[in-house]
Every structure is written in C-alpha cells, then in structure tokens.
Design a protein around this ligand. Structure first.
Ligand code: THU
Length: 130
C-alpha cells in the first residue's frame, strides 16, 4: 500500500527527542496525490505538532483540500490512533466516511472512519449562529 510505505518512510524523519514516539502519516487526497508528515516536538512540549498536522499542512500548501484516506503509523504495543486534536483536524478536510488506517511497523493495518473516531464532533453547523 502506497500510504503505508510513505508513512513508514516519513516516520524516519520524525523529530521526537522528548517522547521518543516517532509517528508517520500519509494522506491520499481527492486527486490521488500522497502527502506525508511526521511529528515535530519542541522543548516547550505543547508547541510540538503531530504527524497528521504535518501531512495536512503539506496537502493544503499544495492547493488540495480533500482527504480521501489517511494512514498513521508508529511503533507500539497497540496501533497508534489519531489524538483528539488530529481527529478534529482531519475532520475539517474529510467526509464522514473518510477512511482512517492505523498501522503498526509490521504493516498490520486497522481501518475505521473519521465519523467513528469523532462522533458528534464540532463542525461548521455549530458556527451558524444566524
Ligand atoms: N502523535 C502524533 O504525531 N500523532 C498522533 O496521532 C498521536 C501522537 C505524536 C505527538 C507526540 O510528538 C508523540 O506522538 C507522543 O504523544
């Protein structure tokens, strides 16, 4: 799977000296192009950014705004799952049915949707205050 290969490769570039938890993410956009991102930590811990945020930024910088599917990979006892903030970030550029793949380093992949990961999320309708 292209997304897995891309995410595993970009994970090698992760800057995670504090958590030592290296994460890679890959997005396939509506056009079929693939965008990669890794986590980038900071000595001021809350300033770090997640792998998903990096991949989304790369997609937006390239002029695309629709995530068809996204894969996240890390090493760990259970498959990495996008954090709450990343679920909201993915949701901004996804449909309810957009697939989220969660992978481990052996290439084992679990599949879900952004709607399942972020039920009752805050969305554009909530801003419509008239
Ligand atoms: N992290 C991600 O990059 N994506 C996730 O979905 C979960 C967490 C990063 C943030 C931090 O650099 C490290 O993993 C440990 O939380």
């Amino acid at each position: 799977m292209d997304l897995l290969t891309t995410a595993i490769a970009v994970r090698e570039k992760a800057y995670a000296p504090y958590s030592k938890f290296h994460v890679g993410a890959a997005i396939r956009s509506a056009s079929g192009k693939i965008y990669a991102g890794c986590n980038v930590e900071n000595v001021a811990y809350p300033e770090g950014t997640c792998a998903e945020a990096g991949a989304i930024a790369a997609m937006i910088a390239d002029g695309e705004t629709e995530i068809s599917e996204i894969l996240v990979v890390a090493r760990g006892p259970v498959k990495v799952s996008p954090c709450g903030g990343c679920r909201q970030k993915i949701s901004e550029f996804a449909q309810a049915s957009t697939i989220v793949f969660m992978a481990d380093m052996s290439g084992d992949i679990e599949e879900t949707t952004i709607a399942d990961l972020l039920p009752a999320g805050f969305d554009k309708d909530h801003l419509d205050v008239g």
